[in-house]
Design a protein around this ligand. Structure first.
Ligand code: CA
Length: 233
């Protein structure tokens, strides 16, 4: 897949809209823009974008409504919200409507580019391009067939286990907290102690599969006080 990834930027503030277009064009994306809610909704529903950057406060139709309408049509369309508000309710409402992530204005462009890359890696585009994960010198995980190999040993995974590996893999080797895994992989909004145990149990099962010595993990490591980290090689 060598086609350019297509982004839609829905933003009524011209300076931000043009700035984002230029930045993402610079990073190799094909970018289309919309300056109001109606145009944004129409373009977003065309289904031709790999990711939508969506401002919440828009003339015409607001970002919440657009997000809702996109989700009704395509539950998997990657969406990142641009919110001027720091109000938690807005962010929570946006994430409840199914946005993949959000940034609060004023945002760092560099960070937004990283967020876009992370969301795309976890999306169907990322899945198609990264149908396999390679970990360490001898572990391969085939995302679609839920199978893999550790050296000569054949492995099989549950969907959930593969999603955990994908999320950790997409997180660029940073430590990922149990809470984040619960939110992103299980879709839980709240973090109960009981539920974080669920994460630990899955991690232990994964280690028995991908680690040559599960009692001394070298790939899926615990970062004290922070969570889990997946080393790729
Ligand atoms: Ca706006």
């Amino acid at each position: 897949m060598n086609r350019k990834l297509r982004l839609l930027v829905v933003e009524d503030e011209a300076a931000i809209r043009i700035g984002l277009r230029d930045v993402f064009v610079f990073h190799g994306y094909e970018v289309e823009t919309a300056a109001d809610g109606r145009e944004g909704l129409r373009k977003a529903l065309s289904g031709t974008f790999d990711l939508v950057l969506l401002d919440l406060m828009l003339p015409g139709i607001d970002g919440f409504e657009i997000c809702n309408r996109i989700r009704a049509q395509d539950p998997e369309q990657p969406i990142i919200l641009l919110t001027a508000k720091t109000a938690d309710e807005d962010i929570i409402q946006g994430l409840t409507l199914g946005a993949d992530d959000y940034v609060t204005k004023p945002f760092s462009v560099a960070q937004l580019v990283l967020r876009v890359q992370a969301v795309l890696r976890r999306s169907r585009v990322g899945m198609a391009e990264q149908g396999r994960l390679y970990l360490g010198p001898d572990v391969m995980v085939d995302v679609r067939s839920l199978s893999g190999q550790r050296g000569p040993v054949a492995l099989s995974f549950t969907r959930r286990e593969v999603e955990i590996l994908q999320h950790l893999h997409a997180s660029s080797e940073r430590a990922v907290s149990r809470e984040e895994l619960l939110t992103k992989v299980w879709g839980y909004a709240r973090n109960l102690d009981l539920e974080t145990r669920t994460v630990d149990i899955h991690i232990a099962k994964l280690r028995r599969k991908i680690e040559s010595d599960p009692s001394d993990p070298r790939l899926l490591v615990t970062v004290r006080g922070a969570g889990y980290r997946l080393l790729r090689d």
